[in-house]
Design a protein around this ligand. Structure first.
Ligand code: GRF
Length: 192
């Protein structure tokens, strides 16, 4: 079975959706590790409740990105991690992790990239009054939300939508789409 790590900084609703898909037998993999850069992030309790190992770090305690990413890399190697999935991880990934995990780090973003990269993509789309936004799953490169796109799903912003209702719609797509794309990536690799 494929061994994966999830990197997250916040609530962890996508982390939960991935765990649920594994529990329901829709996704065949071992979630070996949660990497989190915020010691008070709710996602940590979610991992602990499922007995998933966590590596929690403070970037400030390291000299630079290469230093903390080297420590993450060592743990990933120890745990024989094959894929990394970002789920609300609020840091750019540097070459220390990108090189050894080339085309094996995937991110989910709540807009139809290349529109609305960066923070608060849902708010950006809402404020611009676009009629269609959505969710993108893409490989991670050295830019912000710029890597090759794997999958996208659109959602229409209705006149009655508020930012909150739009967020709900986007999250519902994310929680269905991410586990199913992860499943496809792992299965495709299996048959190669
Ligand atoms: C999601 O909207 C994801 O697309 C973005 O960050 C958010 C994380 O939400 N990258 P959660 O912590 O999984 O609830």
């Amino acid at each position: 079975m494929k061994r994966i790590a999830i990197f997250a900084s916040g609530t962890g609703s996508n982390f939960d959706a991935i765990i649920q898909a594994v529990d329901e037998g829709k996704l065949d993999c071992e979630i070996e590790l949660l990497v989190c850069d915020r010691s008070n992030a709710p996602v940590i309790e979610k991992a602990q409740a499922k007995n998933i190992d966590t590596f929690i770090f403070r970037a400030k305690n390291y000299s630079d990105k290469a230093a903390y990413e080297q420590e993450i890399l060592n743990i990933c190697r120890e745990k024989e991690i094959e894929w990394i999935f970002l789920a609300g991880y609020m840091r750019l990934i540097g070459p220390t992790l990108l090189k050894p995990f080339e085309s094996r780090i995937v991110n989910i973003h709540p807009s139809l990239l290349p529109a609305f990269p960066g923070k608060d993509a849902i708010g950006q789309a809402f404020d611009k009054q676009v009629k269609i936004t959505g969710v993108t799953i893409h490989f991670v490169d050295n830019g912000m939300d710029t890597g090759p796109i794997i999958e996208q799903e659109a959602v229409r912003i209705e006149a009655a939508d508020t930012k909150a209702t739009l967020q709900k719609k986007i999250q519902a797509i994310e929680h269905r789409l991410y586990p199913s794309v992860i499943h496809s990536l792992l299965v495709e690799e299996e048959v190669k």
